[in-house]
Design a protein around this ligand. Structure first.
Ligand SMILES: O=C(O)c1cccc(C(=O)CC[C@H]2O[C@@H](n3cnc4c(=O)[nH]cnc43)[C@H](O)[C@@H]2O)c1
Length: 207
């Protein structure tokens, strides 16, 4: 049995590639774990997992950066997102939003089923197609779902693992606050470094 490490971009795993001397490519099979680079967003992630997820894996480790709605979470902090919601799945009804659950078309929230103790704070997140950058939309999201994090892939990975009955961890490092877009405020380098430090130590200890 093996672990599948899943990330949207190779840049988010820069130091992991270096540390384990991984080959180039978007799907790398190594001795103790495989690495899958899916591309950004839910569709790319679902397509890529559809091609590579299989029962030979007993753990999917989703690694990435994320935005935080909570200003008390410092930039660069690594968190364990144990619950994630497809925030846009539903229907607009004037100023209101009807979630897919209320429309009767299934679930929008998926949980991490892993019992592994990561030593990281557990938070809940939302997954979106469009990075939130509008004050009104951000307030509505907080009021409706009270998430800590926002990403563009998380819930899709938990979804696939739920239906394939494979344990899943979603570990992300906070690169920015969810706010009207200002890339100058993002701490991508710090977030990637902290994320990779955690992942290298986790994958080393696991084997
Ligand atoms: O600009 C760069 O140097 C750079 C390097 C590595 C990765 C990126 C990305 O933009 C990765 C996109 C990735 O980030 C997640 N993310 C981060 N913050 C947010 C957010 O506030 N809302 C939604 N998603 C966020 C997302 O999962 C993307 O896959 C850039």
């Amino acid at each position: 049995m093996k672990t599948l490490v899943v990330a949207a971009t190779k840049a988010e795993l820069t130091f992991l590639y270096q540390h384990f001397s991984l080959q180039e490519g978007d799907f790398i099979e190594d001795k103790n774990f495989d690495v899958l680079i899916t591309g950004v967003g839910m569709v790319a992630t679902a397509f890529s997992l559809g091609k590579h997820l299989s029962p030979k894996y007993n753990l999917v480790l989703n690694l990435g950066i994320a935005g935080s709605f909570d200003r008390l979470v410092e930039l660069g902090k690594v968190v364990n997102i144990t619950e994630d919601t497809f925030a846009e799945l539903g229907a607009e009804d004037g100023e209101n939003f009807i979630a897919i659950t209320d429309l009767g078309f299934g679930e929008n929230t998926y949980k991490s089923n892993s019992t592994i103790n990561t030593g990281l704070p557990k938070v809940s997140g939302v997954t979106v197609n469009r990075v939130s950058g509008n004050d009104k939309n951000i307030k509505n999201l907080i009021k409706r779902l009270n998430p800590t994090t926002e990403s563009m892939e998380g819930a899709a990975i938990l979804y696939a693992c739920h239906y394939e009955k494979i344990n899943c961890l979603q570990i992300r490092s906070i690169s920015n606050y969810v706010e009207p877009r200002n890339k100058d405020n993002w701490k991508i380098g710090l977030a990637i470094k902290n994320l990779n430090d955690w992942a290298i130590s986790f994958l080393t200890d696991m084997n």
